[in-house]
Structures are given as C-alpha cells and as structure tokens.
Design a binder for this molecule. Structure first.
Ligand SMILES: [Zn+2]
Length: 283
C-alpha cells in the first residue's frame, strides 16, 4: 500500500475508533483527577457488573425511585426526622460552615451525601466532617452525574451515558469515601434525586440503597428561609427524609433550620441519621 493511502486509512480508522474510546472514559479534567481509580481490578469488576445487568430494562425514571424502609410508620409514638444535606460539586463546591456549626451547636445528627468532586475541593473540611460522630457520610456519586442507564437527564444536570457510567458514579464514589474514612457508604443519592429502577438494582448489587427524599425543603428552588421552614414543618412526619444542601453558603438553609427546629422540637420530634432507620445496613 502506498504510504499516502496507508496514512489516510490509519486516519480514517482513528476517527472511527476515537469517539467509541472516548465514550468509555470520563471526560475532561475529571479523567486526570480520578485516573488512579480506573485500575485493572476496577475495570474488570465494572465489566462484570455491566455484564450482569446489560440485558435488563431501565424501568421507570423518576425522583422517587427509592427503597422502602421496613419499619416505616410502624411506631407512631416515635417522632424522628432524618435531615439530609447534599454537597454536589463542580461549580457548586462551596461549604456552608455556619450551617454545619449550627448542627454541631444544637447536637442535631445529620446525613451528608457527598460527591467525589466536592471532596477533592474540600479535603480538610471533609476530613473534619467524617471524623465527627454527629454526621454520617453517604454517597452522592463520584462526579455528580444523574444516574440513568439510558442517558436521560433532568434540570440540565449532566447525566451518565450508560450502565458503565452508572457503575463508575456509584462504585467509585463509594471507593473514594471508603479510602478516606475507612467506612463504605450504604446509601446513594443520584444527582437531582432522579434515577431509574435499573440503577436502584445496580446500587443494591454494589451494597448501597438508593435514597430520594420525602420532604423537599426547596433550597434548590431558591425558596426563602421562611418558605423552606414552612415546607419542612408541613412535611414533617415520623421517618421522613428531608433534603437540603450544605454546599451553597448563599442559600438560606441555616435560617430555615433556626426557624423550623424549635417548632419541631416543640412538636416532639428528634433528629436521627438515615442508618438509624435501617440497622441491617450498618456494617
Ligand atoms: Zn446534588
């Protein structure tokens, strides 16, 4: 084959293969940040998991794909509320220190869903939070990608493209937390809380339960502190999971709690971590 023809053929094949190869790898800077996680051992494990689920249907896509707690609403004399706070990441990698200080001061236990990208930008803060027994650290994904096995998305948030990406998001997020805390997360919340039923099965296979929420505080919808407090008070019931954020210091989550917590306590509520509802999950 003349050299020129050979060169053109080689170029043509490269163009054909490049998009397929790129589709298997995480994009941009993230590839460099998390490169060390894509070990031969991990890639073999991922291949195994993808193989187990690749023929399964994606199922319903919604924000309420979640597990049912066994003891939900059984003991009506109890009044416990689960406050959960997400730290998303990317452009939104701030830290609401006054909010966390308030939880500490008031001795309010909370569940924190944290992404790998947020941890990267807040290493010292993350170390302090995970060392504090008041808080439970759970998995909000490696790169804050909405988990859909079909590449669906919501609110313009970047989603996973396929099943393999879902495994990356869940498993590598879990490994990152485990590596730094010595404790593997048992709960997973997808970015935006939207996900599909197949992702829930994948999470279970990886030893995690998908968690959505029962009470939308409204912080991500730009609600005022007063409105957020009202949403929490109106939605409060035994075992309800409240969703808030601690990566946006400019949002009024603290003001909402300062207003809602005294009233909730007056109504007899106490606050517990998500694991306290599911003792069988604790390892
Ligand atoms: Zn998030």
């Amino acid at each position: 084959m003349p050299y020129r023809n050979w060169l053109l053929t080689a170029l043509f094949i490269t163009c054909l293969l490049a998009p397929a190869a790129a589709a298997r790898r995480p994009r941009g800077d993230e590839r460099n940040v998390f490169k060390s996680y894509y070990t031969p051992e991990y890639l073999a494990f991922k291949k195994l998991i993808v193989g187990e689920f690749e023929k399964a249907a994606a199922g319903k896509f919604s924000e309420f794909v979640k597990y049912r707690r066994k003891d939900e609403d059984k003991s009506m004399d109890q009044k416990a509320l689960v406050l959960t706070f997400d730290a998303c990441g990317g452009r939104h990698s701030g830290y609401n220190a006054p909010l966390i200080e308030y939880l500490r001061r008031e001795r309010i236990p909370a569940t924190l869903f944290v992404t790998g990208v947020w941890i990267e930008k807040n290493r010292e803060t993350f170390a302090a939070l995970s060392a504090d027994p008041l808080f439970e650290i759970e998995n909000h994904g490696l790169m804050h990608r909405l988990c859909s096995t079909e590449g669906k998305t919501k609110y313009g948030v970047r989603g996973t493209r396929d099943l393999g990406d879902v495994v990356d998001e869940m498993e590598l997020g879990a490994r990152k937390i485990t590596e730094l805390t010595g404790r593997r997360p048992v709960f997973f919340r997808s970015a935006t809380a939207y996900t599909d039923e197949l992702s829930l099965k994948v999470a279970r296979r990886l030893g995690m339960e998908v968690v959505s929420y029962d009470v939308l505080s409204g912080d991500a919808m730009k609600a005022s502190g007063k409105k957020m407090a009202r949403n929490i008070l109106n939605g409060a019931r035994h075992g309800a999971v409240v969703i808030m954020h601690f990566n946006h210091p400019e949002w009024p989550d603290l003001q909402a709690l300062e207003e809602a917590v005294p009233e909730l306590r007056k109504r007899g509520y106490n606050f517990i971590k998500l694991r306290d509802f599911s003792p069988e999950q604790v390892k």
